[in-house]
Design a protein around this ligand. Structure first.
Ligand SMILES: NC(=O)c1ccc[n+]([C@@H]2O[C@H](COP(=O)([O-])OP(=O)(O)OC[C@H]3O[C@@H](n4cnc5c(N)ncnc54)[C@H](O)[C@@H]3O)[C@@H](O)[C@H]2O)c1
Length: 302
């Protein structure tokens, strides 16, 4: 059954200043919605609002929000009903950053924290803080933007993969919890979409060249992906896996997990940049230091 959740909605979109978030905001406006365009870059969010003004349908307001900061998210949730004229009926956790190019052991804790705070914690807290309003609005919708990285286990992308896998698990759990209600959650899992995510992220070396080339050659348009995802949420569909390669990865991983893992290992071995990172890490870390640290921290008897 189709419920027109994306039409005349009171919507919040995080990361609405660029790429997929901007495309969601514009499409929602075309569908007559009032959109709160939240972004860490208020100039970009304001630009989206200007573009919506040009559309001549819907309404939009720009608001600063760093999704890595729980207080910013709390303020966004608190202010949304006043700014939108009622409880949020559609929440789109979209803000995210790209990170890749280093193997686990060489990523560094600062980069792990940066990526997980935005890509995972931002969406977990965004869902937690907005679900009461979505319930209040009755025919509410939640859209979480994950990625095919959630299930592809691509080497050199652990910090990204882990965050997106968490968003997939979160969305699947919420789907079970919303079962039998008029609310719907949708999780978007694309491969490449033409946006600024690679250029603005922390993707290093060869991985950056690969990401940019794939995005250019195989990337879908953000507008197409946004439309498909809003329609899926209207139909109450949980998964949006928009591209053929994403669907192939999804199937291969489920049907042949061992063969898939072997293939991922081969990919890692033929990526020169990652191979260098791996050998440098092995020679500079040394086996003594981690063992000593671990011994100090583990209490006796554990
Ligand atoms: N582009 C792709 O190929 C692709 C593929 C799979 C998933 N995704 C996911 O799509 C989502 C949108 O990314 P995009 O591709 O449109 O990238 P983008 O870089 O074009 O847009 C991301 C937006 O998020 C904002 N942002 C970044 N950090 C933020 C923070 N801490 N708080 C609030 N806003 C913040 C940026 O200012 C920007 O406006 C992300 O979650 C990304 O992981 C993208």
């Amino acid at each position: 059954m189709t419920t027109r959740r994306s039409h005349d909605a009171r919507a919040v979109v995080t990361g609405a200043g660029s790429g997929i978030g901007r495309a969601f905001a514009l499409e929602l406006a075309r569908r007559g919605s009032h959109v709160l365009c939240a972004d860490i870059d208020i100039d970009r969010a304001s630009e989206t609002v200007r573009m919506i003004d040009d559309v001549g349908r819907g309404e939009a307001t720009a608001i600063f929000c760093d999704v890595a900061d729980v207080e910013d998210l709390r303020t966004l949730a608190d202010r949304a009903p006043d700014l939108l004229g009622g409880p949020t009926s559609l929440m789109i956790n979209n803000a995210g950053v790209g990170i890749g190019g280093k193997a686990v052991g060489a990523i560094g804790l600062d980069d792990w924290q940066w990526a997980l705070d935005i890509n995972l914690r931002g969406m977990v807290y965004g869902s937690e803080l907005f679900l009461p309003q979505l319930r209040e609005s009755r025919r509410g919708g939640l859209i979480n933007v994950a990625s095919a990285a959630a299930f592809s286990a691509a080497p050199g992308m652990a910090a990204y993969n882990v965050g997106k896998a968490g968003v997939l698990a979160l969305s699947e759990t919420i789907a079970a919890e919303l079962s039998g209600t008029d609310l719907a959650v949708t999780v978007l899992c694309p491969t490449f979409v033409q946006t600024n995510v690679a250029a603005d992220g922390r993707i290093t070396g060869e991985a950056m060249k690969v990401a940019e080339a794939l995005m250019r050659r195989t990337g879908r348009s953000a507008e197409q992906v946004a439309r498909q995802t809003l329609d899926a949420n209207d139909r109450g569909r949980l998964y949006v896996v928009p591209q053929f390669d994403a669907k192939a990865i999804w199937l291969a991983k489920r049907l042949m997990p061992r063969t898939y893992a072997f293939g991922a290992g081969l990919v890692h071995r033929i990526q020169p940049q990652l191979a260098v990172t791996r050998s440098v890490t092995a020679t500079t870390t040394g086996a003594e230091t981690p063992t000593t640290t671990a011994r100090k921290r583990i209490p006796e008897g554990v």
